[in-house]
Design a protein around this ligand. Structure first.
Ligand code: HEC
Length: 166
């Protein structure tokens, strides 16, 4: 391919181009992808989670790594790691989204609202806690009710408290 008749700049360009192609291809190999099947009802929630929540929360099914990996370098905005932490039922996740976590101090409120918030809450309730270590006498996350949210319509507990405060 590199013939003796090629000019020196052409050779340099060719070698550089080939090196870049290898670099781009090998970089793509290590990229973690969303592992929820596209056909699943939770896929939309996984995509939204990776875009809106991934900066502060780890959850392998959405390919995110936002939780603190090292206690010495952690930031106050590093949220819980949902690989290990069970988040059920889905209404708890929706509460966290609306209120910015349970303390309301570090996580921004209402990053997503409406149908998107419900889709994320459903996804988190289904997939969080799957890599939690087995502990004696502690109920597994999968044994707790996911209590998934209807994707449309009002949610009685939340809408009644919202209307009484206004
Ligand atoms: C800026 C960083 C940040 C973003 C973005 C973020 N979170 Fe959080 N999240 C946190 C922190 C920090 C906590 C711990 C909150 C606390 O202690 O008050 C938390 C807590 C939670 C909790 C557990 C409730 C609690 O307080 O323990 C859930 C569930 C949660 N987040 C879900 C989400 C979802 C879903 C999204 C995306 C819509 C999201 N978070 C986006 C930082 C973030």
């Amino acid at each position: 391919m590199i013939s003796a008749r090629m000019s020196r700049p052409a050779k340099v360009l060719l070698v550089f181009g080939a090196t870049m192609a290898v670099a781009v291809l090998s970089a793509a190999c290590g990229t973690e992808k969303i592992s929820v099947p596209k056909s699943s009802a939770a896929y939309a929630g996984a995509v939204l989670f990776s875009q809106r929540c991934g900066g502060c929360h780890t959850l392998s099914y959405a390919a995110t790594h936002g939780s603190a990996a090292n206690i010495r370098t952690r930031l106050v905005t590093n949220g819980p790691n949902f690989n290990a932490r069970c988040e059920r039922p889905a209404i708890r996740v929706l509460y966290a989204i609306e209120n910015g976590g349970f303390s309301g101090a570090y996580m921004p409120q209402n990053i997503v609202v409406g149908k998107q918030a419900r889709e994320i809450a459903d996804f988190v309730a289904r997939y969080a806690g799957r890599q939690a270590p087995l502990e004696p006498n502690v109920e597994r996350c999968t044994q707790k009710s996911k209590d998934l949210l209807p994707l449309t319509g009002s949610i009685p507990e939340l809408s009644s408290s919202a209307s009484s405060s206004s």
